[in-house]
Design a protein around this ligand. Sequence first.
Ligand code: PLP
Length: 360
Amino acid sequence: MEYPVSANARYTGLIQHYGDRLPIEDPASAVCLGEGRTPLIRTYNLPRRLGFEGEIYLKFEGVNPTGSFKDRGMTVAVTKAFDEGARAVVCASTGNTAASAAAYAARAGMQAFVIIPEGKIALGKLSQAMMHGAKVIQLRGNFDEAMAIVRVLVRDLPITLVNSINPNRLQGQKTAAFEVVEDLGRAPDYHAIPVGNAGNITAYWMGYKEYGYEGWCAPPVMVGFQSTGSAPIVEGRHIDQPDTVATAIRIGHPASWEGALDVQKESRGWFDAVTDEDILQAQRLLASTDGVFCEPASAASVAGIVSEIQAGHIPQGSNVVCTLTGHGLKDPDTAIRQSEQPFTVDATEAAVEEVIQGFL
Ligand SMILES: *Cc1c(COP(=O)(O)O)cnc(C)c1O
């Protein structure tokens, strides 16, 4: 007998789902991996702990196919590159762009070249780029230097740049805002996002405005968070030696700075910085009290919201969405370093019980 194929099984990805809102002529040609449709998870312990009588939701982008929101932009950028006849893509990356570009290029039968800062990319991301067959070029330098190099490089080579200065990336990433509005039935009052190059906050704002103009919703106030060691937009100046445990936002020369300032003005939002300590604490808090494991950069949005609520900048009763940009498994080293270490015991019931009894 034949079983009916469910709508879930037929979902191929964002381009199929939002094709009429994306710059793709033939959605059937899409290079996709089922990205998007990520959960909007309501937290209960977090607001209770803060004494916050409002709603805090997590847009968990860590469950995209390669574990970060970069897949939303990459499906569009790689599909476009393929349609235009490109045979290779290149990006500078702090890790997640590399992992995503490598996967989508593999899917399309294209070569990916990824340029990363040596020693400053999380283990999970590096392993992905390597497994997907990207040529990995480690730079003795930081992300901003890698970015400056690829910008020039692509002028002379037959390679498509898939960093977020490629406008197709932001087109894909704006779909996350569509999903939030569809899930909530409205836009949130506040939307918090970690900021590196500021491409994602710019893309969300595009998405909210697109729905807003069509009468779907009043757009939210956008709030962007950087790490104090890497906060060019907050400080209003380039940072030449950015430093933070949140490697995905270790960026001192943001590529979409202007976009970020437009978002701030138009949404009446703001940017602020949070310390590495606060970032790691928020990461642990989410994982241990609400069951959601995100990478350090992602936790910047939650650390930021915690401090804004405590400072009274976000009023009681508000509805808040935090984007968790990437999965915690991306950076196992940082997770293990800050966690309680395992108990090692002899292989006897008594030894195991002794540990358990200590906590009952
Ligand atoms: C890329 C990335 C960011 C920063 O996004 P921008 O568009 O560069 O501002 C934040 N968190 C994670 C996990 C990322 O991969």
